[in-house]
Design a protein. Structure first.
Ligand code: XMP
Length: 510
């Protein structure tokens, strides 16, 4: 299988670059620039290298660099933004702040005829985000594109197969970005489009069938996309040797626990142990209002319940986990600021030791995991499930959590989701849910006064959940949802819509 190395210099679009390459059916691997050297690159057998963007200036001593040996490996290189400047810098070019200041946003790009730009019109729109630029390309390089403010928007050294683009071909705002990336992959690196999900499925099943032969495998199934796909995949590989433990903490959405059970125990015939632990969780959460304490309690109880079940199962050889590629990349990068302790229910403590860990999805991005899920025959509700926090509805009830409030929230949330799911998929927000606030308010129904909870609706549009915009839902839809909730859910007197983006707010209320 042909592979491209995405050398990560800290840019915000690194994962996007790898995903675009994989979408063109070429396998791409991301490595932080300081975790790989020229020997390893050679040993990796890569057909091409992409230098990613990054927030630095190459001429600063502390900025991320790479040993110039990378220019002598005989492997084509495409530098993007900072990567473009770094490539020119390593090859002896001159980089300096742009005279016209920063160039940011959609910009007209003028390209010269060149294989990298085959299929790209002479004038198109690209996405720029830079302060520095290549002032003088290195010897052997020539300029092949420009914008009004950037005379060196792309460079080429055809003899060595080195190319640099100041703009971002990986973002959708660059009209012909995909064409440019594909030209690099297929015309310059001569890659074969041999990364196909059918092959991934077959080879992963074969690999785990051989490796886990006769071993007992345990998986903590949450009903989330990753653990669900991992379960379906491993079931194909090891059949009855897979046991899934599904801890239903009672903080799931309406019908969710039953869907998990029907799918895995029913349709897939997987050995599934469902532990209905709502009472136990509610008991521990009694009187607790602090969000971080709630998260900790839910996480701790989850582990206790899971541990107890695992013990009762006797000898287990392998613990399977639904780790996916972004988790692997993130854990290799070090810490970023902790805003909330994103405890993923399913993350297990160190003292639970298993002789082996199986992570069948660790090379896959989320969209690839979903594609695999569809190929495995998982229901669409599970595969296309929107993100749902591990602590579940526990962080969507502000204030104390009670069984009564949970029921109210489940019903209201189901109505909101149902109404939104009647819309075209393309118009649907990336995440949408209801939150039961701790505020009570007066209402009027018939001739009587009511006094009940204020329920908030939240819907956001986002690419990565790091930032998010509140979604401009239509007034008609909001009106329908509000009227259904106040009519159908006893105890809710008022419905409000959250119009705060992230930042400054977070997606979840807690
Ligand atoms: P925030 O609220 O931090 O959410 O803007 C960003 C994304 O993360 C999800 N989220 C969580 N996921 N455990 C999780 O597994 C958590 O404790 C948690 N808190 C937030 C949230 O739903 C959104 O998709």
């Amino acid at each position: 299988m042909d592979k491209i190395l995405v050398l990560d210099f800290g840019g915000q679009y690194d994962q996007l670059i790898a995903r675009r390459i994989r979408a063109a059916n070429v396998y791409a691997e991301i490595k932080p620039y300081n975790k790989i050297d020229c020997d390893k690159i050679l040993a990796g057998g890569y057909k091409g290298i992409v230098f990613t963007g990054g927030p630095n200036s190459v001429y600063e001593q502390t900025s991320p660099r790479f040993h110039p040996c990378v220019l002598s490996l005989g492997i084509p290189i495409l530098g993007i933004c900072y990567g473009h400047q770094l490539l020119s810098f390593l090859a002896g070019g001159e980089i300096a702040p742009s005279e016209s200041g920063s160039e940011y946003g959609k910009t007209e790009l003028y390209v010269d005829p060149h294989p990298l730009f085959e299929g790209v019109p002479e004038k198109s729109v690209c996405w720029m985000s830079h302060t520095d630029e290549v002032k003088a390309p290195p010897e052997g390089f020539r300029v092949i594109a420009h914008t009004v403010n950037c005379s060196c928007a792309a460079v080429a050294d055809d003899r060595h197969g080195f190319y640099g683009v100041q703009f971002h071909p990986e973002v959708t705002h660059t009209e012909y970005g995909n064409t440019i990336l594909k030209n690099f992959l297929f015309k310059i690196c001569a890659c074969n489009a041999d990364w196909q999900m059918d092959d991934v499925l077959e080879s992963t099943v074969a690999k785990y069938r051989a490796e886990l032969n006769d071993k007992k495998v345990l998986l903590a199934l949450s009903g989330g996309v990753d653990s669900s796909v991992a379960a379906a995949l491993l079931q194909r590989a090891v059949g009855e040797n897979l046991v899934c433990v599904f801890v239903d903490h009672g903080l799931l959405r309406k019908g969710e626990g039953d869907l998990v059970e029907q799918t895995f125990a029913g349709k897939f015939g997987i050995r599934l142990i469902r532990v209905n632990a709502e009472e136990r969780f509610l008991e521990k959460l009694k009187g607790v209002t602090d969000p971080e304490r709630k998260r900790k309690i839910i996480g701790r109880e989850f582990i206790r319940v899971f541990e107890k079940e695992a013990k009762e199962l006797g000898q287990i050889d392998v613990l399977a986990q639904g780790t996916i590629y972004p988790d692997v990349i993130e854990s290799g990068k070090g810490d970023s600021a902790v805003i909330k302790s994103h405890h993923n229910v399913g993350g297990l403590p160190k003292h639970m030791t298993f002789s082996e860990i199986a992570e069948p999805l660790r090379d896959l991005f989320k969209d690839e995991v979903r594609e695999l899920g569809e190929k495995l025959g998982l229901p669409r509700e599970l595969v296309w499930r929107q993100p749902f926090p591990g602590p579940g509805l526990g962080v969507r009830i502000t204030g104390e959590i009670t069984a009564e409030k949970l029921n109210m929230l489940r019903e209201a949330d189901a109505i909101f989701r149902e109404e939104l799911e009647n819309c075209e998929t393309a118009q649907r927000p990336n995440q949408y849910f209801a939150v039961l606030t701790d505020t009570k308010s007066v209402g009027v129904m018939g001739d009587g006064r009511t006094y009940g909870y204020v329920l908030a609706l939240r819907a956001v549009s986002t690419d990565d959940f790091m930032t998010a915009e509140w979604t401009r839902l239509s007034y008609e839809l909001l009106e329908r949802v509000s009227s259904r909730i106040t009519n159908e859910v006893k105890g809710v007197t008022r419905v409000v819509y959250d119009i705060t983006s992230k930042p400054p707010a977070t997606v979840e209320f807690e």
